[in-house]
Design a protein around this ligand. Structure first.
Ligand code: ADP
Length: 402
């Protein structure tokens, strides 16, 4: 019987999962991955093996019961067909916000869950969805160990100054500070960088996580020293539908002059801005690239995205006191040859030179010359959750045994 970990990443209408074998001493090994999407309506389930071959699919009608609870119980039932071979022993969850208190992953009990729920105001659009499956599992599978793994935790190494806003001191005391996100992705990249270039892993590296959400992280010897995201997941780079950094005065204009409610303003900044808002076409880089030659609005959205990335890289180079390497990761960073070329093209001043052929073939090294190097490193946030879950479980078992 192989003990397995379930990794869950819950969104407002989706639940992504991965199942890992836990073999003593070895890296957790992916067995199945899948998702539920369209939850609350006409939902769809698909599960693949580790090679990406579809094993099973199912769709539900709009009138069916398809919330997160139904999805989770469907997953448990699906897994039970393998009960002779594999036994789920814990669930690891992606939780966007760990606040100031949680700088490492944590085994969830009622008091931890309440403290995580108290952080909902810091990430109102993500945290409630991340916590919902934890509540459901506590009710439906009591006794199943659950570990919360945070997107903020990796950045807790940053200095006081790097995390401080120039706001009145009482606000800092209320937790208004830079936290930073995408930490599970940066944790993964930092953990594998030595396999690409051992010297670089000890150096000054900027990682560009460019997906639907996008941010940059400055690593020194594998440790986060600065990042573009701040108090919320809105700050920094423009994203698929999020605005990135805007002058805070814009929000007063939206409230007073445009007479938007706080909820409407929030929805504009989170859901109607970024690549989608500027192009008026799509939040999807593939769609924008396919239209960029003939549609000035698609081109403009891409140009702004690239301009903001290069500007923010300049800021992080200053924070690091120089640059040894730049790493691209996540959907756009791993796949969009043109974005990588355009960003590197804007960094000639920092000594970066593109290797065009290597960039076209996906790297891993995509720079030429003797300056800072550039790389493509596929991220793996779920593996980090599996690693962290196993390590928390191991620590708990050791504590119980002693
Ligand atoms: P999420 O933040 O939702 O995990 P992803 O990391 O999957 O997002 O990134 C989604 C983005 O990656 C989308 O803008 C998508 O267009 C882009 N992307 C995925 N594949 C490609 C590709 N082959 N070329 C260009 N962009 C791509």
């Amino acid at each position: 019987m192989i003990p397995v970990l379930i990794v869950l990443n819950a969104g407002s209408s989706s639940l992504k999962f991965q199942v890992y074998d836990m073999v003593d001493g070895a890296e957790p090994r992916l067995v199945w991955k899948g998702l539920y999407e369209g939850l609350g309506g006409a939902a769809r389930f698909a599960v693949k093996d580790k090679g990406g071959a579809i094993l099973e699919e199912k769709t539900w009608d709009a009138g069916d019961e398809t919330g997160h609870e139904a999805a989770l119980m469907h997953l448990v039932a699906w897994l039970s067909q393998f009960r002779e071979e594999r036994k789920p022993v814990a669930i690891g969850h992606r939780v966007v916000h760990g606040g100031e208190a949680f700088s490492v992953p944590v085994l969830v009990d009622e008091s931890v869950l309440q403290r995580l729920e108290a952080l909902v105001p810091l990430a109102p659009l993500h945290q409630p969805h991340n916590l919902e499956p934890i509540r459901i599992v506590r009710r439906r599978l009591p006794g199943m160990p659950q570990v919360a793994c945070f997107d903020t935790a990796f950045h807790q190494t940053q200095s006081d100054i790097a995390t401080l806003f120039a706001l009145p001191r009482e606000m800092r005391e209320r937790g208004v500070r830079r936290y930073g996100f995408h930490g599970l992705s940066y944790d993964y990249v930092a953990s594998v960088l030595k396999d690409y270039d051992p010297q670089l892993a000890k150096g000054r590296v900027i990682v560009a996580h460019l997906g639907n959400g996008a941010s940059l992280c400055a690593l020194k010897d594998g440790v986060s020293t600065a990042t573009t995201m701040g108090f919320s997941a809105l700050d920094g780079l423009p994203m698929g539908t999020r605005c990135g950094a805007v002058d805070a005065g814009v929000i007063f204009f939206m409230l007073r002059e445009m007479r938007l409610s706080p909820e409407e303003a929030e929805s504009v900044l989170y859901k109607k801005s970024g690549l989608l808002g500027v192009s008026g076409i799509s939040n999807d880089m593939r769609v924008l690239r396919s239209k960029a030659a003939g549609d000035p609005n698609a081109r403009r959205a891409i140009d702004l995205f690239v301009y903001r990335i290069t500007r923010e890289i300049g800021s992080l180079v200053a924070a690091l006191g120089g640059l040894d390497g730049l790493v691209f990761t996540a959907g756009i960073g791993e796949n969009d040859v043109a974005t990588r070329a355009e960003v590197i093209g804007g960094l000639a001043w920092a000594g970066l030179t593109l290797d065009e052929a290597a960039n076209r073939s996906g790297g891993p090294r995509i720079s030429a010359g003797s300056g800072p190097t550039a790389w493509v490193v596929p991220t793996n946030e779920e593996l980090v959750i599996a690693r962290q879950t196993r390590s928390v479980l191991g620590a708990t078992q050791t504590k119980l045994a002693s």
